[in-house]
Ligand binder design. Sequence first.
Ligand SMILES: [Zn+2]
Length: 346
Amino acid sequence: MSNENENEKAKLEKKNKEAESKKKNEKAKLEKKSEEAMSEEELDAKYSKYIKYIAIAIVVLILITVIGILNINRNKNVNQDDGITKIVTSFYPMYVIAENLVDGASNVELTNMTDVNVGCLHDYTLKTEDIKKVENADIFISNGLGMESFIGKLIEANQDMDVIDSSVSIENPISHENETNPHIWTSIDNYLEQVQTVAIELKRLDPENEDIYEANRRAYIAKLNRLKNEFNNQLEDLKDERAICLNEAFEYMAKDIGLQLTSIQTDHEESTMSAETLRNIIDIANSQDIKIIIIDKNDNRANAETIANETDAEIYVLNSGLTGNLDKDAYINAMKENIEILKSAN
Ligand SMILES: [Zn+2]
């Protein structure tokens, strides 16, 4: 009996042990499982970190793109659709300034709105082809001071166009009876200012060509400064001489020389002189012993000849730089012509 009992006991103990080890195994399995589960969580955490980085990268990319688009929009007036900066000048003197500054610039198209021999624009009536030229322009270069009285119509035709007013830095332009004389460029000093203003604006509006505009500006200004020295040295003796000027365009040049203009008549483009005015000028010329009558190469000589015939004055036909060829040095050459002609007046 006791043997049997002992056997039973041993069996029970074995069973218990088996059950216990099974439990242990199951516990271990469970623990392993939960360990696996935790490492999955850890993995998730890692992934979410990556997702965060990716999200940040995407946001940065979007920001860069937005900033890029804003930058493109900021310069939208220039290189608008076709990558070409279209520059239109109002008339010949502005064209000569522009062709000096844009020389060698890439993707720039320069056009003069009016015919190069149209002269001054006081009473100019816009043509259909003028508006067409301006419609697609990025930049319009004007003389300013009322020379382009039609400017409002051009802006209406192309509101995206930037307008450069070359006269903005001219201090105290000459005025008569509240009418400003816009022919500022016949003074080399004024012309230098106009070149500087146009160059500064071109650099700002078309930064792609900034270096070229700057190099051209320096080269042209250097040439103009040499011209100015030559002009001042050669015409020194004319200072305080009296003269009759029958073309208002030369009023600025005469001021540079120091000429005392006894009479300035707007015998330029539109107006004709009355017989009474002509008589007055002849009387003044005789009483003040005036020797110089100034007219432009495009002016009618009739009035000047009448005065010259009845006085001791001589006619000097100058070049106001309003018409000419498309040579880059056209302004400089016109001024050199004027120096030679005026030198003989002494
Ligand atoms: Zn004029």
